[in-house]
Design a protein around this ligand. Structure first.
Ligand code: SF4
Length: 463
């Protein structure tokens, strides 16, 4: 960290503060003579958070009380009491949606196969009092399909109408990145960010609106299981508060590391639990319950956005069916690009930028008009979501790098499935959204961003 004309400049942005750096919850300044001085606590509100995977994402997570394990347990307990008193109409329908990265993180922690880990997590949540546990792949698929089409719309708008500020399209599924863009680069960068909601928030709309309506308008408490604390900030955004249900689309986000703590507190080893099935409430006519059979998307472990959109665009715009994509690492392995060349002309140039160091470089290039990309999968965590800030920590003697490699290997061992193959998504487009590209589709699956005035950055930190 160095000083520049009265403001602080953070230079090593990938090094977030972990709880292990604090002694007894306190931080100390090391003086030149070797003595330590306990630092005063600083009050930081959510409005000050840059979602840099630093403060809120580790030691200060307790600030988000509505998003805590304690709140989750309280809701489960209250619901059990209501049910035991026969007040079924007052009891909430508790639905838990689980994403792939925390499943893999816990699978490694408890030495389980991914599908067994998912099935045992279902059983754990059912024991706590969940009414349904759902695999979030359906929302991942919606996000990819919407992003693909959004890219084509933006590309054509640039080509035919010469509309500026629509390319490159920047990924929107990482709240760490979105929050940083809103608070530091405001109106300049926001038009480039894809309006497609993240999978978590698409799941929120699906659960609160479609499932709620089709299961007798019950009051739903929706929990998501995610790889980072930044997803709590995303769930808490005003844009995701519904006037209709008078609630947020995601009420509580629980991370892999918090789940590990909950299991430890309950003295439960995940591997000792029975297997249980995921629910698929949109399968109204058939059996709702399905044994976990996890799949992955081709491309990165952060959802494969760059890969999918690249392939789709190559086919849709240039009639090219592509096999395996070859990415080239540029400055570092966390900045990779892929290009489509025909007759010595570059038709498409996409990139994946992980970690704040690469994000900063990308933003500076964009501001100088030097970016050559049409799409960038931007993710705040180095190595992306598999290495999310709230995944289970490495075992003693093992490094984050080794654990990330393990997670990537496990992810790549899952069978691949394309979003177009998901029949449920096709049916939901019709039954829920009135078809692809409909007005309802745009209203439900897309969102907006808001530039935050610089004055609100209470710490006066320069990024
Ligand atoms: S890269 Fe993924 S895990 Fe990390 S902050 Fe973004 S969404 Fe969360």
């Amino acid at each position: 960290m160095s000083r520049f004309s009265g403001v602080l400049q953070l230079t090593d942005l990938d090094d977030f503060i972990t709880p292990s750096q604090a002694k007894d919850g306190s931080y100390f300044q090391l003086e030149e003579d070797g003595t330590e001085q306990k630092l005063q606590k600083v009050e930081i509100t959510l409005a000050d958070c840059l979602a840099c995977s630093g403060c809120i994402t580790s030691a200060e997570s307790v600030l988000i009380t509505q998003q805590s394990q304690e709140e989750l347990i309280r809701v489960f307990e209250d619901n059990k009491i209501l049910k035991s008193q026969g007040k079924l109409q007052e009891a909430k329908l508790i639905i838990v949606s689980v994403s792939i990265q925390p499943i893999l993180s816990l699978a490694i922690r408890y030495n389980l196969l991914p599908n067994d880990c998912a099935a045992k997590l279902v059983q754990y949540f059912k024991k706590l009092g969940a009414d349904m546990v759902i695999d979030m792949t359906v929302a991942d698929d919606f996000a990819l399909l919407e992003s693909q089409r959004e890219f084509i719309r933006r590309y054509r708008a640039t080509e035919s109408d010469g509309i500026r500020n629509v390319l490159p399209m920047l990924a929107s599924s990482c709240p760490g990145w979105v929050c940083y863009a809103e608070k530091t680069h405001g109106d300049y960068i926001l038009p480039y960010i894809s309006t497609t909601k993240s999978p978590q928030q698409i799941m929120g709309s699906l659960v609160k609106h479609w499932v709620g309506r089709n299961l007798g308008n019950r009051q739903i408490y929706h929990v998501t299981v995610m790889p980072c604390y930044d997803k709590k900030l995303e769930a808490a955004r005003e844009d995701f508060f519904s006037e209709e249900t008078q609630s947020r689309d995601v009420d509580c986000v629980i991370t892999a590391i918090e789940l590990e703590q909950m299991l430890q507190k309950d003295e439960i080893s995940l591997d000792s639990l029975e297997n249980s099935a995921f629910s698929q409430p949109w399968l109204l006519k058939e059996d709702h319950d399905v044994t976990p059979s996890l799949t992955r998307h081709i491309g990165s472990g952060s959802g494969g956005f760059a890969d999918h959109i690249f392939r789709y665009a190559a086919k849709e715009l240039f009639g090219e069916e592509l096999e395996k994509l070859e990415y080239k690492s540029l400055r570092n392995p966390d900045f990779r690009e892929v290009i489509l060349i025909k007759e010595e002309k570059i038709l498409l140039r996409f990139a994946i930028a992980n970690g704040f160091r690469n994000i900063q470089n990308l933003v500076q290039k964009l501001k100088r008009g030097k970016s050559q990309y049409q799409y960038v999968e931007v993710m705040a965590c180095p190595s992306g979501c598999l290495n999310g800030g709230a995944q289970v920590r490495p075992k003693e003697g093992s490094s984050v790098k080794e654990l990330t490699t393990l997670l990537e290997t496990l992810y790549n061992s899952l069978p691949c499935k394309s979003p177009e193959e998901n029949k449920s998504v096709g049916e939901l487009y019709d039954s829920w959204l009135g078809g692809q590209e409909s007005d309802k589709c745009n209203a439900v699956l897309h969102t907006q961003y808001h530039a935050v005035e610089k004055a609100m950055n209470a710490l006066n930190i320069k990024w």
